[in-house]
Ligand binder design. Sequence first.
Ligand SMILES: O=c1ccn([C@@H]2O[C@H](COP(=O)(O)OP(=O)(O)O[C@H]3O[C@H](CO)[C@@H](O)[C@H](O)[C@H]3O)[C@@H](O)[C@H]2O)c(=O)[nH]1
Length: 211
Amino acid sequence: MENISKVWLGPLPADSPYVKPFRMYYVQNGKEKNWDLLKVHDSVAIILYNTSSKKLVLVRQFRPAVYHGIITSEQGNFDNVDLKAFPPSLGVTLELCAGIVDKSKSWQEIAREEVLEECGYDVALERIEEVMVYRSGVGSSGAKQAMYYCEVTEADRATVGGGVEDEIIDVVELPLDEARRMIQKGAHNNSPPSCLMGLMWFFANKAPANV
Ligand SMILES: O=c1ccn([C@@H]2O[C@H](COP(=O)(O)OP(=O)(O)O[C@H]3O[C@H](CO)[C@@H](O)[C@H](O)[C@H]3O)[C@@H](O)[C@H]2O)c(=O)[nH]1
């Protein structure tokens, strides 16, 4: 899926629409302190369960930040990457369907659109149930993410999904026993904490007893 042929790094342009770095200053207990942080978009993530197939619907995609993190954990900072030593498949993740909040629509509507764009299911707004809201990246961004739950059936399928514009996203139907293994033994597929937490919430609150 990733088909990546060259990787290199450059400085962050000041007009990045996705990441803005700051140094925040504050006085605590009478002492001046500072913290280096990033402003990034808030986001939504959706736990999708297909009740026809009795499988969870997740997405696979190449994540540059994960790939970068894997390489730097292994060998420190880099300029160019040896793609043989670090195949880009290392940076592929298995995640909940998700989207950034970058338009003036309700968060639930943005979640509804992501379910359609990424996974191909066209569902009414009322079927998207809020699960919880939390802050991620507490040391770096403190970005807000709202998690939702939505049940879909084959009747809701409108497209094959896969994202919009340049996005390259694979839709994955995950059997419940595999999902259970991910939260019992740890995931080997770079799944972020939000995905693992979403799976745990699903098993604690929604999973059918007999599957
Ligand atoms: O430098 C960038 C960053 C984003 N995008 C595009 O912006 C969109 C969304 O970006 P991304 O940050 O990957 O959003 P999500 O996939 O919605 O990821 C959200 O949901 C994830 C899973 O919960 C969280 O890990 C992320 O922090 C949170 O942004 C996609 O079309 C990307 O292609 C770029 O083109 N360039």
